[in-house]
Design a protein around this ligand. Structure first.
Ligand SMILES: [Zn+2]
Length: 380
C-alpha cells in the first residue's frame, strides 16, 4: 500500500488524474489540458505490476510502471500534442500469491465472483480478507473491468528475467508472444516397505518412477517439442518420507510450456504415455490431475511491426523473441492490440535481490516505449 501511495503521488505530480480501483490497481490518466476532447477517445494503456515476490529484485514489474510515468513526463515537458488519453497502470498482485494475476484479470474481465470468494494464499489467508485489510471491498473487484472499446492498445515494458538478450548481446527484445503453460499434479502409488528387507527386484518404489520420468523429459522434448518447450518437475513429496522406508507414494508437479497449443497437446500426450509405461515397469498406480491449462498468447502483428519500425528508426539493436514467463499484458491480447518490450537482465537473474538491468539498456527500452506510445497517442 505504501508503494501504491508513492506511485499515486508521482502520477499526480506528473499531471495525471489518479484513481485506485477495487483490486488496488493504481491508474494515472493523462489528458493534455489543451486538448480535453481527447478524453473521449480510446486510451493507450501502459501497465506493469507494483508487487514483487518475497526477497525479489527491484526491476520486476515496477520498471514498467516507472517507464510509463517517465513517458508521460517527457510528453508533457515537450508539449507533444496527443489525441487520446494515456493511462499508466501499476497493477495489483501479478506474482500470483492467490494463484492468478488479480489486477490484470480484473481490468480485462477475467475474474469470477466465485474465485474472489474462494481464493487463498499458501498460508490459508483469503484474498477477500487481504483486500479488506488494505481497505478494499471484494464486491468492488468486478467493477475494475474496462470496456475494450475504451482501449486503443496495451503496452508493457518489463525486464527479460532470462539470459537470452545477454547471450545475444541485445539490449532490448520485442516480444511476439507468451508461452502457454500447463500444470499437473502427478501421483505414483506403490508400496511402502522396509528398506533393508525388501529385495531390490520386489519393490514398488514410487520415487524410482519419478526418477525414470525425469530422465525421459529431454527425450519427450526432442521428439514432440520445439526450442521453446520447457518441462519442469518443481516439487516432489515422498511418503511416508522416512530414510529407512521405501517411498510408497510420490506426489509431484509437472509444468510444461510452449508457444504453440498443438505442441503443448502433443507433449502432454507423450508425458501421459511415458508415465503409464513407467508405472507398469515399477508396478505403480499412476494418476494425474490437470491443475491448469493456459493457452499461448500471440501479440498483434501490426503493433509488433510498429514497435520494430521505431526500433529500426533509432538504430536500436533489438531482437524478436517469445516470453517464457507470464505477464500482465497476456490478458489483453484477445481484447486489444498488445505489445511487450523486454530489457536485458544481467546474468538472466530475476526474483532475487541480485536482479539488475543496466540503466543505458533501460533508457533504450524506455525510448522505444515512448516512440511507440507517441505514435499511438497522436494518430487521428
Ligand atoms: Zn513481472
Amino acid at each position: 500500500m505504501e508503494a501504491r501511495h508513492w506511485v499515486k503521488q508521482q502520477f499526480e505530480q506528473a499531471g495525471m488524474t489518479v484513481h485506485m480501483d477495487g483490486v488496488g490497481n493504481v491508474c494515472g490518466r493523462y489528458v493534455p489540458a489543451e486538448n480535453p476532447e481527447a478524453n473521449e477517445r480510446p486510451a493507450v494503456l501502459i501497465g506493469s505490476h507494483l508487487d514483487s515476490v518475497p526477497a525479489g529484485g527491484m526491476f520486476d514489474g515496477t520498471l514498467g510502471v516507472i517507464a510509463g510515468l517517465e513517458c508521460v513526463r517527457v510528453i508533457k515537458e515537450n508539449n507533444i500534442t496527443i489525441n487520446r488519453p494515456i493511462e499508466v497502470i501499476g497493477t495489483s498482485e501479478e506474482e500470483g500469491r492467490f494463484g492468478g494475476m488479480l489486477g490484470a484479470q480484473a481490468l480485462t474481465g477475467n475474474l469470477t465472483f466465485d474465485w474472489l470468494e474462494s481464493a487463498q494464499d499458501p498460508t490459508g489467508e483469503y484474498l477477500k480478507e487481504a483486500l479488506e485489510k488494505c481497505g478494499f471491498d471484494v464486491h468492488q473487484a468486478l467493477h475494475a473491468r474496462r470496456d475494450p472499446d475504451d482501449i486503443r492498445a496495451f503496452l508493457e515494458l518489463h525486464i527479460e528475467q532470462g539470459p537470452v538478450l545477454e547471450i545475444e548481446k541485445k539490449p532490448v527484445g520485442v516480444v511476439d508472444g507468451i508461452s502457454g503453460v500447463f500444470k499437473w499434479l502427478i501421483k505414483f502409488v506403490g508400496k511402502p516397505d522396509h528398506a533393508g528387507t525388501a529385495p531390490m527386484n520386489m519393490r514398488s518404489d514410487a520415487f524410482m518412477g519419478v526418477a525414470d520420468f525425469a530422465h525421459e523429459l529431454s527425450r519427450i522434448i526432442d521428439e514432440e517439442g520445439t526450442d521453446y518447450t520447457r518441462l519442469t518437475i518443481g516439487r516432489v513429496d515422498l511418503k511416508p518420507g522416512f530414510a529407512h522406508t521405501i517411498p510408497g507414494e510420490a506426489h509431484f508437479t509437472l509444468v510444461g510450456r510452449d508457444m504453440e497449443k498443438e505442441v503443448m497437446k502433443q507433449v502432454a500426450l507423450s508425458c501421459n504415455k511415458v508415465l503409464s509405461s513407467i508405472a507398469r515397469k515399477h508396478n505403480l498406480k499412476f494418476t494425474y490431475e490437470q491443475l491448469s491449462w493456459i493457452e499461448p498468447k500471440h501479440f498483434s502483428e501490426q503493433l509488433i511491426g510498429q514497435i520494430e519500425k521505431h526500433a529500426k528508426d533509432c538504430e536500436l539493436d533489438y531482437m524478436r523473441m517469445p516470453s517464457g514467463a507470464g505477464h500482465d499484458c497476456q490478458f489483453f491480447t484477445d481484447l486489444v492490440p498488445t505489445g511487450l518490450i523486454f530489457v536485458k537482465s544481467v546474468g538472466g537473474i530475476s526474483h532475487a535481490p541480485d536482479e539488475w538491468s543496466h540503466w543505458d539498456d533501460i533508457e533504450k527500452g524506455s525510448n522505444l516505449l515512448l516512440r511507440t506510445l507517441i505514435e499511438l497517442a497522436t494518430e487521428d
